[in-house]
Structure formats: structure tokens, C-alpha cells
Design a protein around this ligand. Structure first.
Ligand SMILES: Cc1cc2nc3c(=O)[nH]c(=O)nc-3n(C[C@H](O)[C@H](O)[C@H](O)COP(=O)(O)O)c2cc1C
Length: 222
């Protein structure tokens, strides 16, 4: 593999505006999975919002990370405030059928407005299903979900008004939910690979773009 050629343009991270740094991070590190995060505030009010600074980072124990940026005025987003308070979150999987509903829940709404109510067409409202280990419910229409408990919250960078630029939440998965038909076992009882076509995962690209998983390439390990 050749090194970066002279034609490549080099940008020093320290010289970038926050806007351009966001541009490069989200355009280059792509596609990213989307965590559709359900939380509850201290009064039990529900919140639901998507986050694509999201990744699986450990299998034993199953661990995920989600990074939540501070608002322009320095206040934490409702999702982060709720996680810091309760340590509980449920992450629903984003697939093609729920893409528009997921997008609708990214609207900046005051804490008293329930994103579950605003997402989806009339007659096709989002429905919740109770979780088993944590309080925040999962999205019924999502094909998979992870009930999680926060283990660490790490502030990153310096944002406005003394707030961190972002907060990295590390969370342990307490249990998994999979839609009927997705889980299959081989003769030895091991889980088989879930059919990517059945899960129809969607990835976030830069800007307003999303990637489907309809063009899958299989590559045996060397
Ligand atoms: C696909 C998608 C991915 C997003 N990823 C992030 C993210 O990784 N971090 C973040 O802070 N905001 C992200 N957002 C924006 C939040 O969803 C948005 O700020 C939302 O209003 C936060 O809601 P809350 O205040 O109820 O927590 C994303 C939005 C979309 C549509």
C-alpha cells in the first residue's frame, strides 16, 4: 500500500474550525451505525434521539460507546442529562423502515415534548415496548435493541460556556432484543450470522446521506 501521495491535501486538526472538523470527522469516518437512544428523566418523561458517534467496542462484557455533543449554549442534550441522572439507556437499531421516524426524533425539542409522539406518520406512530433490565423502553418497530447501563462518562474537549465539547458515554449491554426470525442456531447451538438483508441496517454518511446494506461483499479471512 503506497503512502499518502503529494496530491493528497493535508489538514492540521488544530487549524480547523469546529464546523470543518465536524465535516471531516463525519464525512471520512463513515458509514457509522446509528444508536436510537431512549432515556427517561427523573420525572419519568420519555426521550428518544439518534446518535451516530456510536460504536460497539467490546464483546465480553458487551460494551458500546456513544458520544453526545453539548448544545451551543453549553447545556447538555436531554439524552445526556437523562443518562447522567439514571445511568440507563436503551438503544434501538435503525433499519430502512424506521429511517424517517429516526430522523424526526432528531428535532431539538424541549424536555416536556415526547419525541415518541412526534415521529412517524399518523396511524404509524412509534410504539414502545417495555425493557426488562432498565427503565427506558425500546422502539417496537426496531428489529433489534440493546438495554444498557452507563459505566463511564468522559468529557471530551472544551465547548462553549465551560461545557465539554462532547461527552463520551461508555455503556454495558445488559440484554439484547431481536425480532422474530432473526436468531438462528447451528447444530452445536451457536448463533448463526444474522442475515444482513433481514436486518437492513442503515449507516450514516456525511451530510444528509445514509447508506443501505443492500450491496454486501463476502471476504474469507486469510
Ligand atoms: C442520524 C443522526 C445522527 C446524529 N448523531 C449525533 C451524535 O453522534 N452526537 C450528537 O450529539 N448529536 C447527534 N445528532 C443530533 C441529535 O439527534 C439531536 O441533537 C437531538 O435533538 C438530541 O436530542 P435530545 O436533546 O433529546 O437528546 C444526530 C442526528 C441524526 C439525524
Amino acid at each position: 500500500m503506497s503512502e499518502a501521495t503529494p496530491e493528497h491535501e493535508r489538514l492540521d486538526a488544530a487549524s480547523l474550525s469546529a464546523r470543518d472538523a465536524y465535516r471531516l470527522m463525519t464525512d471520512v469516518v463513515a458509514p457509522r451505525p446509528i444508536a436510537w437512544v431512549s432515556t427517561l428523566d427523573a420525572r419519568g418523561r420519555a426521550n428518544l434521539a439518534p446518535f451516530s458517534y456510536y460504536q460497539a467496542v467490546c464483546s465480553v462484557p458487551p460494551t458500546v460507546i456513544v458520544a453526545i455533543g453539548s448544545r451551543g449554549d453549553g447545556r447538555p442534550k436531554d439524552t445526556l442529562a437523562n443518562i447522567l441522572e439514571s445511568r440507563e439507556l436503551t438503544i434501538s437499531h435503525v433499519s430502512e423502515p424506521v429511517l424517517a421516524a429516526m430522523n424526526a426524533t432528531s428535532a431539538e425539542l424541549p424536555p416536556e415534548v415526547d419525541e415518541w409522539e412526534v415521529a412517524g406518520e399518523p396511524g404509524q406512530r412509534l410504539q414502545s415496548r417495555p425493557s426488562s433490565c432498565v427503565a427506558p423502553p425500546r422502539v417496537a418497530q426496531a428489529l433489534a435493541a440493546l438495554e444498557c447501563r452507563m459505566t463511564h462518562a468522559i468529557p471530551l474537549g472544551h465547548g462553549r460556556h465551560g461545557a465539554p465539547s462532547s461527552t463520551l458515554v461508555i455503556a454495558r449491554v445488559e440484554c439484547f432484543w431481536l425480532a422474530p426470525g432473526l436468531l438462528q442456531r447451528d447444530a452445536r447451538g451457536h448463533l448463526r450470522v444474522i442475515d444482513p438483508a433481514a436486518l437492513a441496517s442503515v449507516g450514516r454518511l456525511g451530510g444528509m446521506s445514509y447508506a443501505r446494506t443492500t450491496d454486501v461483499v463476502e471476504l474469507p479471512r486469510p
